[in-house]
Design a protein. Sequence first.
Length: 372
Amino acid sequence: MGKGSVRLLVALTAVFATDWGIAMFNRALLHALSSYCEEHSARATALALNDDPEVQDSPYLSSPRVRLRGFARSKPGFALAFWREAWARPDLTIIGHVNLLALAAPLALRARPFWLIAHGDEAWLRLPALSRWTLARAQNVLAVSDFTRRRLAEVNAVPGDRWQVFPNTLDPFSPPAAAAASNPAAPVLLSVSRLEAGERAAKGVLDVLEALPELRRQFPGLRYVVVGDGDDRAWLEGRARSLGLGDSVVFTGHLSRDELNRHYAACDVFVLPSDKEGFGIVFLEAMAHGKPVVAARAGGAPEVVRDAETGLLVEHANRMELIAALAALLKDPERRSRLGAAGYRRLQEQFTFEQFRRRLFQLLPAAGGRVP
């Protein structure tokens, strides 16, 4: 491989098609790859299954050496384009989701180098036979948390010792808004989540709703803001009404990034006691605004939120423990401030985009080098 000849192929589910966790990771990945390609005279072709074919100019794609193509959810078109690109023998192929892993089977058969990026609960399940066979032949797996790394390896009976933990990061183009002044008479809880019926029990928004009547007896002005949308939103709104919560609960639906940042800035505690988080970018977003986090002691969340240091961890679906944790923070502004400040420091020490970029550069082949 001569100098300046490194070529990368990247297969992704979505980049700009959604604004949730995996797509956010993929935007950060492409932005880091843009920097890598400029520095090493490399080239990358990224294919996104769910994105529009017409990809708009974007600051995330900051180098003409990175080309992104969308396929508007056309699986045949996406697969055909992938195999055409793979036939040209890129130096490294990166598979951005376990559900795309079978695409790399021909690469595994020919001993061509490929990596997998493993995210959340979709990577915690036993994979189909072809995907398991392909996974066992991956040169590397970049898992967003050690929990995901271990779970993927254990459930699929594949040794995971050589795999890397590769944490998430914040959106590099979304600086947090200035924190708003707290109102002791009307404290605010915030959750940011997809609201899908199939995830009702897992995500924890229902648990917070059902904790609110008791919390409002202790803190009468308490408000709960839920940012996000999905097919479960109407049911959850109905549940809030049946609990007599009235206008103390606000479901905002999907928000722009600026509007979302304003809600982070205005809340007193961020809460998402979900057991489905492979990592939880929303925890980083709350930490960026200096907010304490209440999360579940499950999945990858404990690797992001340090119990009693940057927030509080509770058992998933344990309503009494959730009430106790939220009440402890709501009655103690100094503790909220201390935990929030520690969370901000942890973010700066571990999860900035520059650290994400540096980790990626350490793994990728330098121009003229060899793929690990």
